[in-house]
Design a protein around this ligand. Structure first.
Ligand code: PRP
Ligand code: MN
Ligand code: MG
Length: 182
């Protein structure tokens, strides 16, 4: 590919909107976790951008750790059966965990992950996702912090990929049809 811009259809959330939303959410987190320990857990790979940006907007001290998970099964939709590819380095017993995601679509990945983390005896497990899709309302998942609600369209950028590309776009947008067409 020459320029990623050639592959885009429309920008849905600009870089500025993302920055100010991270700042707003960070201010809420500073208040909510005042006097408490905080451990941010990013879900690789999509959460790298939001982890980097959210953490730098926080005034509250935090530890950071990462998990990598993979859904079993073929196809593009999550099966809900999840396998840990890379586990946490930190013991979360009695810690306040804030799971950080780029997008929650079916919600199946995070439903499983919350259950898994809760079995380790943390003080709390909450979620921040930059983007929530409509299907996420259909699973039993409490999402404490949401950046943006978006319709059920395929989106890329700010950590979100299509075939591992476009994660490094600084905004969130849709791809032109020709990208899928070949
Ligand atoms: C994407 C996204 C979320 C998950 C959401 O990750 O980053 O982690 O899917 O899907 P769900 O709500 O339907 O379960 P993906 O598995 O594509 O891996 P990636 O983060 O490395 O792109
Ligand atoms: Mn992901
Ligand atoms: Mg992906």
């Amino acid at each position: 590919a020459k320029d990623m811009g050639d592959d885009l259809e429309r920008i849905l959330i600009t870089e500025d909107q993302i920055k100010s939303r991270n700042r707003e959410i960070a201010a809420e987190i500073d208040v909510d976790y005042a006097g408490k320990d905080l451990l941010l857990v990013g879900v690789l790979n999509g959460a790298i951008m939001v982890m980097a940006d959210l953490s730098r907007e926080l005034h509250h001290p935090c530890a950071m750790d990462w998990m990598a998970v993979s859904s079993y099964g073929a196809g593009t939709t999550s099966s809900g059966v999840v396998r840990i590819l890379k586990d946490l380095e930190i013991d979360i017993k009695d810690r306040n965990v804030l799971l950080v995601e780029d997008v929650i679509d079916s919600g199946l990945t995070l439903s499983w992950l919350v259950g898994n983390l809760n079995s380790r005896g943390p003080a709390s497990v909450e979620i921040y996702t930059m983007v929530r899709k409509p299907l996420a309302f259909e699973v039993d998942l409490k999402i404490k912090y949401v950046g943006f609600d978006l319709p059920n369209e395929f989106i890329v950028g700010y950590g979100l990929d299509y075939a591992e590309k476009y994660r490094n776009l600084p905004f969130i947008g849709t791809l032109a049809p020709h990208v899928y067409g070949s």
